[in-house]
Design a protein around this ligand. Structure first.
Ligand SMILES: NC(=O)c1ccc[n+]([C@@H]2O[C@H](COP(=O)([O-])OP(=O)(O)OC[C@H]3O[C@@H](n4cnc5c(N)ncnc54)[C@H](OP(=O)(O)O)[C@@H]3O)[C@@H](O)[C@H]2O)c1
Length: 251
Protein backbone atom coordinates (compact mmCIF):
# COMPACT_ATOMS: atom_id res chain seq x y z
CA UNK A 1 0.00 0.00 0.00
CA UNK A 2 1.01 3.62 -0.56
CA UNK A 3 0.35 4.71 3.04
CA UNK A 4 3.94 5.21 4.15
CA UNK A 5 5.47 5.69 0.72
CA UNK A 6 6.39 8.86 -1.14
CA UNK A 7 3.84 9.29 -3.93
CA UNK A 8 5.33 10.40 -7.23
CA UNK A 9 3.34 11.30 -10.34
CA UNK A 10 5.32 10.91 -13.56
CA UNK A 11 3.58 12.13 -16.72
CA UNK A 12 4.59 10.32 -19.89
CA UNK A 13 5.90 7.48 -17.75
CA UNK A 14 5.34 4.73 -20.31
CA UNK A 15 8.61 5.26 -22.20
CA UNK A 16 12.09 6.79 -22.20
CA UNK A 17 13.15 9.01 -19.31
CA UNK A 18 9.82 8.65 -17.46
CA UNK A 19 9.94 4.86 -17.56
CA UNK A 20 13.61 4.88 -16.50
CA UNK A 21 12.72 7.15 -13.58
CA UNK A 22 9.85 4.89 -12.49
CA UNK A 23 12.23 1.93 -12.54
CA UNK A 24 14.87 3.78 -10.49
CA UNK A 25 12.28 4.80 -7.90
CA UNK A 26 10.96 1.23 -7.58
CA UNK A 27 14.55 0.09 -6.98
CA UNK A 28 14.60 2.30 -3.88
CA UNK A 29 11.54 0.60 -2.30
CA UNK A 30 10.30 3.81 -0.64
CA UNK A 31 8.21 5.25 -3.49
CA UNK A 32 4.74 4.68 -4.89
CA UNK A 33 4.74 5.55 -8.60
CA UNK A 34 1.66 6.93 -10.37
CA UNK A 35 2.69 6.06 -13.90
CA UNK A 36 1.04 8.65 -16.12
CA UNK A 37 0.29 7.57 -19.67
CA UNK A 38 -2.02 9.08 -22.26
CA UNK A 39 -2.56 5.62 -23.76
CA UNK A 40 -4.05 3.04 -21.38
CA UNK A 41 -2.65 0.21 -23.51
CA UNK A 42 0.90 1.55 -23.45
CA UNK A 43 0.55 2.43 -19.78
CA UNK A 44 -0.66 -1.08 -18.85
CA UNK A 45 2.25 -2.65 -20.73
CA UNK A 46 4.70 -0.33 -18.97
CA UNK A 47 3.25 -1.13 -15.54
CA UNK A 48 3.45 -4.88 -16.27
CA UNK A 49 7.05 -4.49 -17.43
CA UNK A 50 7.96 -2.59 -14.24
CA UNK A 51 6.18 -5.14 -12.04
CA UNK A 52 8.11 -7.97 -13.73
CA UNK A 53 11.41 -6.13 -13.18
CA UNK A 54 10.61 -5.22 -9.55
CA UNK A 55 8.53 -8.13 -8.22
CA UNK A 56 8.78 -7.12 -4.57
CA UNK A 57 7.43 -3.66 -5.51
CA UNK A 58 4.57 -4.75 -7.74
CA UNK A 59 2.01 -2.91 -5.55
CA UNK A 60 4.11 0.26 -5.70
CA UNK A 61 3.26 1.21 -9.28
CA UNK A 62 -0.13 1.97 -10.81
CA UNK A 63 -1.35 3.32 -14.11
CA UNK A 64 -2.86 6.79 -14.18
CA UNK A 65 -4.41 7.74 -17.52
CA UNK A 66 -3.44 11.34 -18.18
CA UNK A 67 -3.19 13.27 -21.42
CA UNK A 68 -1.56 16.58 -20.53
CA UNK A 69 -3.29 18.36 -23.43
CA UNK A 70 -6.76 17.33 -22.22
CA UNK A 71 -8.14 19.14 -19.16
CA UNK A 72 -10.86 16.51 -18.58
CA UNK A 73 -8.22 13.80 -18.48
CA UNK A 74 -6.06 15.85 -16.06
CA UNK A 75 -9.04 16.61 -13.79
CA UNK A 76 -10.16 12.97 -13.75
CA UNK A 77 -6.63 11.88 -12.89
CA UNK A 78 -6.49 14.37 -9.99
CA UNK A 79 -9.87 13.10 -8.66
CA UNK A 80 -8.63 9.49 -8.90
CA UNK A 81 -5.49 10.33 -6.92
CA UNK A 82 -7.45 12.37 -4.34
CA UNK A 83 -9.91 9.53 -3.75
CA UNK A 84 -7.28 6.81 -3.59
CA UNK A 85 -4.31 8.53 -1.92
CA UNK A 86 -5.51 11.93 -0.70
CA UNK A 87 -2.22 13.56 -1.66
CA UNK A 88 0.76 13.62 -3.98
CA UNK A 89 4.32 14.32 -2.82
CA UNK A 90 6.23 14.80 -6.08
CA UNK A 91 5.05 15.83 -9.55
CA UNK A 92 7.41 15.10 -12.44
CA UNK A 93 6.16 16.83 -15.58
CA UNK A 94 8.03 14.56 -17.95
CA UNK A 95 5.61 14.15 -20.89
CA UNK A 96 7.20 15.75 -23.92
CA UNK A 97 7.01 16.14 -27.66
CA UNK A 98 9.72 17.25 -30.09
CA UNK A 99 7.51 17.20 -33.18
CA UNK A 100 10.44 17.78 -35.53
CA UNK A 101 8.85 15.69 -38.27
CA UNK A 102 5.68 17.83 -38.40
CA UNK A 103 5.11 21.02 -40.43
CA UNK A 104 6.40 24.01 -38.43
CA UNK A 105 3.12 25.60 -37.30
CA UNK A 106 1.50 22.28 -36.40
CA UNK A 107 4.65 21.20 -34.56
CA UNK A 108 4.79 24.43 -32.57
CA UNK A 109 1.12 24.28 -31.61
CA UNK A 110 1.29 20.65 -30.53
CA UNK A 111 4.62 20.94 -28.75
CA UNK A 112 3.59 24.11 -26.86
CA UNK A 113 0.46 22.30 -25.72
CA UNK A 114 2.37 19.28 -24.38
CA UNK A 115 5.61 20.93 -23.20
CA UNK A 116 4.41 24.24 -21.75
CA UNK A 117 0.62 24.31 -21.27
CA UNK A 118 0.69 20.69 -20.04
CA UNK A 119 2.96 21.24 -17.00
CA UNK A 120 1.07 24.42 -16.11
CA UNK A 121 -2.32 22.66 -16.26
CA UNK A 122 -1.14 19.53 -14.42
CA UNK A 123 0.25 21.56 -11.53
CA UNK A 124 -2.86 23.72 -11.44
CA UNK A 125 -5.03 20.60 -11.03
CA UNK A 126 -2.73 18.72 -8.63
CA UNK A 127 -1.62 21.67 -6.42
CA UNK A 128 -4.34 20.96 -3.79
CA UNK A 129 -2.97 17.39 -3.50
CA UNK A 130 0.62 18.62 -3.29
CA UNK A 131 -0.46 20.87 -0.41
CA UNK A 132 -1.78 17.75 1.38
CA UNK A 133 1.70 16.22 1.37
CA UNK A 134 3.05 15.77 4.87
CA UNK A 135 6.63 15.45 3.65
CA UNK A 136 9.02 17.84 5.36
CA UNK A 137 12.46 16.44 4.70
CA UNK A 138 12.63 16.73 1.78
CA UNK A 139 9.54 18.88 1.19
CA UNK A 140 7.10 18.28 -1.69
CA UNK A 141 8.28 19.25 -5.16
CA UNK A 142 7.54 19.90 -8.80
CA UNK A 143 10.13 18.88 -11.40
CA UNK A 144 9.62 20.02 -14.98
CA UNK A 145 11.68 17.92 -17.38
CA UNK A 146 13.15 20.55 -19.66
CA UNK A 147 16.06 20.54 -22.09
CA UNK A 148 19.31 22.47 -22.40
CA UNK A 149 18.10 23.17 -25.94
CA UNK A 150 15.52 25.49 -24.33
CA UNK A 151 18.12 27.81 -22.79
CA UNK A 152 17.92 31.21 -24.51
CA UNK A 153 21.42 32.05 -23.24
CA UNK A 154 22.87 28.89 -24.79
CA UNK A 155 21.02 29.55 -28.05
CA UNK A 156 22.72 32.97 -28.31
CA UNK A 157 26.19 31.87 -27.13
CA UNK A 158 28.49 31.14 -30.10
CA UNK A 159 30.70 28.98 -27.82
CA UNK A 160 27.78 26.70 -26.84
CA UNK A 161 27.50 23.28 -28.53
CA UNK A 162 23.84 24.18 -29.08
CA UNK A 163 24.64 27.38 -31.02
CA UNK A 164 23.01 27.07 -34.44
CA UNK A 165 21.13 23.89 -33.50
CA UNK A 166 17.93 23.59 -35.52
CA UNK A 167 14.52 23.20 -33.97
CA UNK A 168 12.39 26.27 -33.25
CA UNK A 169 9.58 23.82 -32.38
CA UNK A 170 11.26 22.07 -29.51
CA UNK A 171 13.63 24.83 -28.34
CA UNK A 172 10.99 27.52 -27.97
CA UNK A 173 8.53 25.22 -26.17
CA UNK A 174 11.18 24.23 -23.63
CA UNK A 175 12.05 27.92 -23.13
CA UNK A 176 8.33 28.42 -22.42
CA UNK A 177 8.40 25.48 -20.00
CA UNK A 178 11.30 27.18 -18.23
CA UNK A 179 9.15 30.30 -17.75
CA UNK A 180 6.33 28.11 -16.41
CA UNK A 181 8.89 26.71 -13.94
CA UNK A 182 10.03 30.19 -12.85
CA UNK A 183 6.40 31.29 -12.33
CA UNK A 184 5.64 28.10 -10.36
CA UNK A 185 8.69 28.67 -8.16
CA UNK A 186 7.54 32.22 -7.38
CA UNK A 187 3.99 30.99 -6.72
CA UNK A 188 4.57 27.72 -4.84
CA UNK A 189 8.07 28.24 -3.43
CA UNK A 190 6.68 30.52 -0.73
CA UNK A 191 4.44 27.64 0.41
CA UNK A 192 7.53 25.48 0.93
CA UNK A 193 7.16 23.53 -2.32
CA UNK A 194 10.44 23.15 -4.24
CA UNK A 195 10.30 23.71 -8.01
CA UNK A 196 12.96 22.82 -10.57
CA UNK A 197 13.52 22.68 -14.31
CA UNK A 198 15.69 19.65 -15.08
CA UNK A 199 17.49 18.55 -18.23
CA UNK A 200 18.07 14.76 -18.19
CA UNK A 201 20.69 14.97 -20.96
CA UNK A 202 20.82 13.14 -24.26
CA UNK A 203 18.94 9.87 -23.69
CA UNK A 204 17.77 6.84 -25.65
CA UNK A 205 14.01 7.32 -26.10
CA UNK A 206 11.16 7.72 -28.58
CA UNK A 207 11.54 11.52 -28.61
CA UNK A 208 13.10 11.55 -32.09
CA UNK A 209 14.84 9.26 -34.54
CA UNK A 210 18.16 10.71 -33.29
CA UNK A 211 17.72 9.48 -29.68
CA UNK A 212 19.72 6.29 -30.15
CA UNK A 213 22.77 4.75 -28.50
CA UNK A 214 24.75 4.90 -31.75
CA UNK A 215 24.38 8.71 -31.68
CA UNK A 216 25.79 8.89 -28.14
CA UNK A 217 22.54 8.83 -26.17
CA UNK A 218 22.76 7.20 -22.74
CA UNK A 219 20.25 4.82 -21.21
CA UNK A 220 17.07 6.17 -19.64
CA UNK A 221 17.93 4.50 -16.31
CA UNK A 222 21.28 6.30 -16.26
CA UNK A 223 19.71 9.68 -17.10
CA UNK A 224 17.02 9.12 -14.49
CA UNK A 225 19.47 8.36 -11.68
CA UNK A 226 20.53 12.00 -11.38
CA UNK A 227 16.87 12.99 -11.48
CA UNK A 228 16.36 10.78 -8.40
CA UNK A 229 18.87 13.04 -6.58
CA UNK A 230 16.54 16.00 -7.24
CA UNK A 231 13.56 13.99 -5.93
CA UNK A 232 15.51 13.00 -2.84
CA UNK A 233 16.30 16.63 -1.96
CA UNK A 234 20.04 16.41 -2.64
CA UNK A 235 19.89 19.56 -4.78
CA UNK A 236 17.41 21.63 -2.81
CA UNK A 237 19.84 24.56 -2.58
CA UNK A 238 19.32 24.87 -6.37
CA UNK A 239 15.49 25.09 -6.22
CA UNK A 240 14.09 27.66 -8.64
CA UNK A 241 16.92 26.96 -11.11
CA UNK A 242 17.48 25.10 -14.37
CA UNK A 243 19.47 21.98 -13.45
CA UNK A 244 21.31 19.32 -15.41
CA UNK A 245 23.02 16.23 -14.06
CA UNK A 246 26.21 17.97 -12.90
CA UNK A 247 25.30 21.65 -12.58
CA UNK A 248 22.96 24.41 -13.71
CA UNK A 249 22.21 26.01 -17.07
CA UNK A 250 21.52 29.69 -17.60
CA UNK A 251 17.84 30.31 -18.43
N1 LIG B 1 15.71 12.02 -24.61
C1 LIG B 1 16.45 13.11 -24.53
O1 LIG B 1 17.59 13.16 -25.05
C2 LIG B 1 15.94 14.30 -23.79
C3 LIG B 1 16.83 15.36 -23.55
C4 LIG B 1 16.36 16.45 -22.86
C5 LIG B 1 15.05 16.48 -22.41
N2 LIG B 1 14.21 15.43 -22.66
C6 LIG B 1 12.83 15.50 -22.17
O2 LIG B 1 12.55 14.32 -21.45
C7 LIG B 1 11.13 14.12 -21.42
C8 LIG B 1 10.82 12.67 -21.75
O3 LIG B 1 11.10 12.45 -23.13
P1 LIG B 1 11.80 11.13 -23.66
O4 LIG B 1 13.08 11.54 -24.24
O5 LIG B 1 11.76 10.07 -22.65
O6 LIG B 1 10.85 10.80 -24.91
P2 LIG B 1 9.73 9.69 -25.14
O7 LIG B 1 10.28 8.33 -24.99
O8 LIG B 1 9.08 10.06 -26.43
O9 LIG B 1 8.72 9.96 -23.94
C9 LIG B 1 7.80 11.02 -23.99
C10 LIG B 1 6.59 10.63 -23.20
O10 LIG B 1 5.66 11.73 -23.23
C11 LIG B 1 4.40 11.19 -23.57
N3 LIG B 1 3.50 12.18 -24.15
C12 LIG B 1 3.57 12.83 -25.32
N4 LIG B 1 2.49 13.62 -25.48
C13 LIG B 1 1.71 13.45 -24.37
C14 LIG B 1 0.48 13.98 -23.93
N5 LIG B 1 -0.24 14.82 -24.68
N6 LIG B 1 0.00 13.60 -22.70
C15 LIG B 1 0.69 12.73 -21.94
N7 LIG B 1 1.86 12.16 -22.32
C16 LIG B 1 2.36 12.53 -23.52
C17 LIG B 1 4.69 10.06 -24.55
O11 LIG B 1 3.57 9.21 -24.67
P3 LIG B 1 3.37 8.28 -25.97
O12 LIG B 1 4.23 7.08 -25.75
O13 LIG B 1 1.90 7.98 -25.96
O14 LIG B 1 3.79 9.09 -27.17
C18 LIG B 1 5.85 9.41 -23.81
O15 LIG B 1 5.37 8.62 -22.74
C19 LIG B 1 10.55 15.10 -22.43
O16 LIG B 1 9.99 16.21 -21.76
C20 LIG B 1 11.76 15.53 -23.24
O17 LIG B 1 11.62 16.80 -23.81
C21 LIG B 1 14.63 14.33 -23.34
Amino acid sequence: MAASKIIVLITGGNSGVGFGLASQLLNRGTYHVLLGSRSTDKGRDAVKDLQARHESQSDAVELLQIDVTDDDSIDKAAVTVRNKHGKVDVIVNNAGLAGMELPLRQAMREAFDVNAAGPAAVVNAFAPLLRKSSMTSPPPRIINVSSGAGSINRCLDPTSPLYGMLGYQYRSTKAAMNMVTACQWVEYGKEGIKVFAYDPGFTISNLSAHNKAENGARSAEESASSLVDVIEGKRDDEAGMFLHNTGIYPW
